[in-house]
Ligand binder design. Structure first.
Ligand code: WTA
Length: 677
């Protein structure tokens, strides 16, 4: 992989898109050979390569050391370190470092509310002031370096403020997506033993108002029952200051004086307070963020200081070719890793002006995104294939009636982008003059690991193309042998890069088993990939029991355990079924206890069960009754068969079914599918 020589003649010419010529002048990486030189250098001289990049950032104490690691479980504990001995602060690098360069009055974020006309903006200096004040509030509540703070906020400016306030004082933030249920929130608070929670009364998305505080209260109750009490809940009264969608009501919110404090009151109490930056060791924890695990229990992915900082800075800078005058909009939610790295840390370290959007792309109509692009003159946009597909369904006029001439780079993340969506993004949104960057990465990788460089890499729709600097991907077969040249197999990475996760919170063993046990000596992504004749990588999707719904990873086991928690369910199996907009969607097969019947009412109860235990995103689109599940004689559910049934592909080859304990189950399942659910 270190010597990529594209031979594009092998592909039909219309499948290859050269970087747009106007982007080349002044780009950080201009032309394919610059990328190739830098890439070779990043592997051959890793230490000096990263040192050069880190030199843009501020370190209180320097370090001579680069990456140090063990990726081989046979040789001892897995570890990764970067710049051991250095001391820095990530929030300082996002704020004071930029302000010292004269950028205090630059806009850090525009905030756009759900309702048209609801807007705010905040400069770098104002952001620093708010972060410092909130960090003083946190300190006053007893939060110290190393303590965990849970954040359960919608897309409002207080969300990055809360993350940065934690980072300023060395508290480890654990952001929980505001679409998750109270049970999900509680389990994350308990796992991290957080004593402080920052939340809001509620938020608006489209025509709906969500009562977030009520979910936070339920979670606090669950934590108390588990003897992991939340001592302080800081509440942003957001609904009191915004317009409410027509037809919806401003909800009644309850406050408990024993736990709840008002964000605004605390902020005015501590306004102007000095709250010094905590200098952190290179490998101190910066944050943890939960991601789905094959066994059902989410994993607290841990990222640390110097490595995550350097990598998020570098990937944001190079992949989006960030320049001083950019207006950059990432449509993700800060509750996911994309929001952490590419709304907050990466862009702020690059002193970018960003956008935080509370609403949804179809409210008040499906032109909202392009309305935002025109209004803020967005130059770089970063979104997910699922959003693109959902907007492709509407008339092109929703896009074309807005001026998109400011756009230069269009990014995609979250799942493989199908060529039709890629082409629509390129032609309709980008008027065939913008670079598309299909960025492949994971919560675990901290930042992009396979991605085009917008002014360097010719792109092919559906391929994330070539590795980012310092990343050495390999494709290995089932036996763990590297496949050279074109071929398909398991996507692994051969050596660390600064932004790779360091552990699973509180469970180093699970970290080693999940990522390093399948193919000793390699980090295993859990994805399959194909390398073509040009050395381009095509990620084909998960090869484990995780599924990707609207760009979010869900665990089949976690959904199954939510379903079997219902008293009528004997057994459940969940597989991914293809879905036009979401990419895939959970499809559940349930067998019931004697006497129970899968009535529409029971289906509603089961859906509610998943909604309460995990969140709306995990609710199966289909729940099918299955008198028995196809199992091998040793009792293992044969999911490949269920997948074919969920796909509805009757002509599909079900493979060898002779190992099944009872082959007649298959006919029953097809019959059940006929009857619908
Ligand atoms: C998938 C999101 C193909 C992949 C940043 C990965 C992708 C999982 C792409 C991580 C892409 C993400 N092409 N597949 N450009 N981006 N994925 O942790 O299966 O929420 O393993 O991180 O999403 O999801 P996560």
């Amino acid at each position: 992989m270190s010597d990529v020589k594209p031979k594009f003649g092998l592909n039909p010419i219309e499948d290859v898109f050269e970087p747009p010529a106007p982007l080349l002048a002044g780009a950080h990486v201009s032309g394919l050979s610059s990328y190739q030189d830098m890439y070779r250098d990043s592997l051959a001289n890793s230490e000096t390569f990263w040192k050069r990049i880190a030199a843009d950032l501020y370190f209180e104490n320097a370090s001579d050391r680069g990456l140090e690691w063990n990726f081989d479980v046979r040789k001892g504990d897995i570890f990764i370190r970067f710049m051991q001995g250095a001391r820095t602060n990530v929030a300082y690098n996002c704020l004071e470092r930029n302000i010292a360069r004269g950028l205090g009055s630059k806009i850090a974020f525009f905030w756009e509310g759900n309702e048209l006309g609801d807007e705010r903006k905040i400069t770098y200096q104002e952001l620093l002031d708010q972060v410092t004040t909130l960090s003083a509030v946190l300190r006053a509540k007893g939060v110290k370096k190393g303590d965990r703070v849970a954040i359960y906020l919608p897309m409002i400016i207080e969300l990055p403020v809360a993350m940065l306030a934690c980072a300023r004082i060395g508290a480890v933030h654990s952001v929980v997506f505001a679409g998750f249920s109270s049970e999900s929130l509680a389990s994350r608070i308990i796992d991290g033993k957080a004593r402080v929670l920052i939340t809001a009364d509620g938020f608006c998305r489209g025509p709906k108002v969500f009562k977030l505080k009520q979910l936070a209260d339920d979670a606090i109750k669950l934590c108390r029952e588990q003897n992991e009490p939340v001592e302080t809940c800081i509440v942003v009264k957001h609904l009191e200051r915004v317009r409410i969608p027509s037809g919806a009501d401003r909800p009644q919110v309850n406050y408990d004086d024993a736990v709840d404090v008002d964000y605004t009151e605390e902020m005015s109490r501590f306004a102007g307070a000095k709250s010094p930056v905590e200098w952190m060791d290179a490998e101190d924890y910066l944050f943890m963020l939960y991601t789905s695990g094959s066994t059902g229990k989410p994993k607290g992915v841990v990222h640390t200081q110097a490595g995550y900082m350097t990598y998020s800075y570098a990937t944001a800078k190079f992949t989006f070719d960030l320049q001083d005058d950019d207006v950059y909009w990432c449509t993700a939610d800060c509750g996911w890793i994309t929001g952490h790295t590419y709304i907050v840390y990466g862009p702020l370290m690059n002193a970018t002006t960003g956008i935080i959007f509370e609403g949804i792309p179809t409210h008040p109509d499906p032109g909202r995104c392009w309305n935002l692009v025109e209004k803020y003159k967005v130059t770089k946009m970063y979104t997910a294939p699922t959003l693109i597909r959902s907007l492709m369904a509407f008339k092109e006029e929703f896009v074309t009636k807005y001026d998109r001439s400011s756009l230069k780079i269009l990014g995609s993340v979250g799942e493989p982008i199908n060529p039709a969506a890629w082409l629509w993004y390129y032609k309709v949104v980008g008027e065939s003059r913008c670079a598309i960057v299909d960025t492949y990465w994971q919560t675990e990788t901290g930042g992009h690991i396979i991605t085009p460089m917008p002014a360097a890499t010719p792109t092919k729709p559906g391929s994330a193309t070539l590795p980012f600097f310092g990343v050495e991907p390999v494709i290995v077969d089932a036996q763990g042998q590297e496949i050279e040249g074109p071929g398909e197999g398991n996507l692994c990475i051969k050596r660390p890069w600064p932004g790779i996760m360091r552990t699973v919170y509180g469970d180093a063993d699970r970290f080693a088993k999940t990522y390093f046990a399948s193919f000793p000596g390699y980090y295993f992504t859990g994805d399959g990939a194909r390398r073509d004749e040009d050395g381009y990588l095509w990620v084909t999707g998960r090869v484990d029991d995780l599924m990707n719904v609207s760009g979010h990873l869900l665990s089949t086991a976690e959904i199954e355990s939510a379903l079997v928690a219902h008293h009528s369910v004997a057994e459940a199996a969940v597989v991914a079924a293809p879905h036009d907009i979401k990419g895939s969607t959970p499809y559940a097969f349930v067998s019931l206890k004697v006497g129970a019947k899968l009535t529409p009412a029971l289906i509603d109860e089961l859906k509610l069960m998943v909604r309460t235990k995990i969140g709306a995103i995990a609710v199966p689109d289909a729940i099918q009754y299955s008198p028995g599940l196809p199992k091998t004689r040793s009792g293992k559910i044969t999911r490949r068969i269920l997948r074919k049934i969920a796909e509805g592909d009757r002509k599909a080859d079900l493979g060898d079914t002779t190992t099944l304990a009872d082959e007649s189950v298959i006919a029953q399942l097809w019959e059940g599918r006929n009857g619908g659910c």
